[in-house]
Structure formats: structure tokens, C-alpha cells
Design a protein around this ligand. Structure first.
Ligand code: HEC
Length: 102
């Protein structure tokens, strides 16, 4: 019982940590196109991460977008080919989900 409680607390503490790591990465790699709030740039179609559609998309889909450039496999958006690790993709997604909550 105690162990379960401790584990639960650990998991809760781990969530914001992932988002924090994601925040730093986001500022370095995503901010330029998606903006500080995730609202994106009007001149860059599709960069608004706060649309109802984007919020509804499953994690796997957004992760594939970040890691491999999505269905169209856009090279410029395939961040795993540019040195971003799968763990960092998770952190980025956690941060994007935080932005979407606001
Ligand atoms: C060079 C500009 C650019 C950069 C840098 C960039 N993106 Fe994007 N991103 C786009 C564009 C443009 C789209 C829309 C692509 C499409 O519709 O095919 C997009 C789409 C997305 C989507 C899917 C949105 C949706 O509506 O489903 C996510 C999630 C995303 N980007 C996250 C990120 C993350 C995280 C980073 C940083 C690692 C990042 N992007 C860096 C331009 C950029």
C-alpha cells in the first residue's frame, strides 16, 4: 500500500518534469514557427497547435508529426532525423498538451 502511494506520487511528479524538459526544447526548436503560446504564426499554415482538431488528435499522431513529419513525412518536421530522441519527443508532446490546456 505504502509502495503504491509512493509510486503514484512519483508518477505525478514525473508529469510536470517531462513538460518542463519539453518547454526548454520547445523554446529551442519549435518556438520559431509555433510561437510562445503554441498559437502559431498566421503566415505559416498549420502551425496553430491550439485548434480543436489538434487537441483531439491522439498522442501517437502528434508524436509521429513531431518525430517523422506526419503522414506526408515532411523532412523539415522529422525531428528524430535531426537528433531529437524519442524521449524528447515525449517531453515535447507533454509540453504541447500543457499549452493546449490553457
Ligand atoms: C519550420 C517551421 C516549424 C518548426 C521549427 C516546427 N514546426 Fe511543427 N509544424 C509546422 C507546420 C507548417 C505544421 C503543419 C504541417 C502540416 O499540416 O503538414 C506543423 C505541425 C505540427 C504539429 C501538428 C499540429 C496539428 O494540427 O496536428 C505538431 C504537434 C507540431 N508541429 C509540433 C512541433 C514541435 C514539437 C516542434 C519542435 C520540435 C515543431 N513543431 C517545430 C512548422 C514547424
Amino acid at each position: 500500500m505504502k509502495v503504491q502511494l509512493a509510486l503514484g506520487a512519483l508518477l505525478l511528479a514525473a508529469m510536470p518534469l517531462a513538460a518542463q524538459e519539453g518547454a526548454a526544447l520547445y523554446k529551442a526548436k519549435c518556438f520559431g514557427c509555433h510561437g510562445a503560446t503554441g498559437e502559431g504564426k498566421a503566415a505559416l499554415a498549420g502551425t496553430n497547435l491550439l485548434t480543436a482538431e489538434a487537441k483531439k488528435r491522439p498522442d501517437a499522431e502528434l508524436k509521429a508529426m513531431i518525430a517523422e513529419g506526419g503522414k506526408k513525412a515532411k523532412a523539415a518536421h522529422a525531428f528524430e532525423k535531426k537528433g531529437v530522441t524519442p524521449k524528447q519527443v515525449d517531453a515535447l508532446l507533454a509540453y504541447v498538451r500543457e499549452l493546449q490546456k490553457k
